[in-house]
Design a protein around this ligand. Structure first.
Ligand code: 5GP
Length: 190
């Protein structure tokens, strides 16, 4: 996605050979016009599928997911990372190790919001080692939902997650795929 790649080139900060900071449009401040384009692009890529629900993880997956949900007319469910006093329903839970925070969170989704009747697309901001996606897949599987695929805003193709999950048969649509962050420079595939 050209617009996204230009934004990454202009505003992304390479923090190390493995970490990209994009807090001016995705991870802290949000660019709603770009998010609208991202939502539309995901909808286009999955237009061959019937989608009843968009599943993501708080917090940075919520913005792109909401714009996709708006385009599809489908609700958006985000897995919570912390147990809330108001989260009193029966929960599906899974453990996710965070690449950037180096901590393991138990993520949870109420069983009210994902069911066996759902066709789910999973969305996240980044794909690195695939831990977040694996946790969301686990939750969708616990609910008996059908997973139509995953949409990723920025895949870091030099890390293993995309390869492993594609080999397991998951369809992954990433809007920008980074080949390398070496020497402080962002290099994309194709
Ligand atoms: P994974 O679970 O695939 O190892 O990593 C994906 C998750 O870690 C995403 O939800 C994202 O929040 C975070 N993440 C991984 N790599 C990066 C990165 O380079 N930059 C930022 N901002 N977040 C990342």
């Amino acid at each position: 996605m050209k617009l996204l790649k230009e934004k990454i080139e202009k505003e992304g900060q390479v923090l190390s050979d493995t970490v990209l900071k994009v807090d001016s449009f995705l991870n802290h401040q949000i660019d709603p016009l770009l998010m609208k384009e991202i939502g539309d692009e995901f909808a286009k890529r999955f237009s061959d599928q019937i989608i009843t629900k968009v599943l993501t993880i708080e917090s940075s997956g919520i913005a792109p997911s909401t714009f996709l949900g708006l385009t599809l007319g489908a609700p958006v469910v985000f897995a919570r990372k912390r147990k809330s006093l108001t989260l009193t329903d029966n929960l599906y839970t899974s453990k996710v190790h965070s690449f950037t925070k180096n901590e393991t969170n138990e993520i949870s989704v109420s069983n009210k919001f994902i069911t066996a009747d759902d066709n789910v697309v999973i969305i996240d901001d980044f794909l690195a080692n695939g831990e977040a996606l694996k946790g969301l897949i686990d939750i969708a599987n616990q609910a008996g939902a059908t997973i139509v695929g995953a949409g990723i805003v920025i895949e870091k193709g030099f890390q293993e997650g995309g390869k492993i999950l594609r080999e397991q048969g998951l369809r992954i649509e990433s809007l920008a795929n980074i080949k390398s962050l070496a020497n402080g420079k962002v290099e994309f595939y194709d």
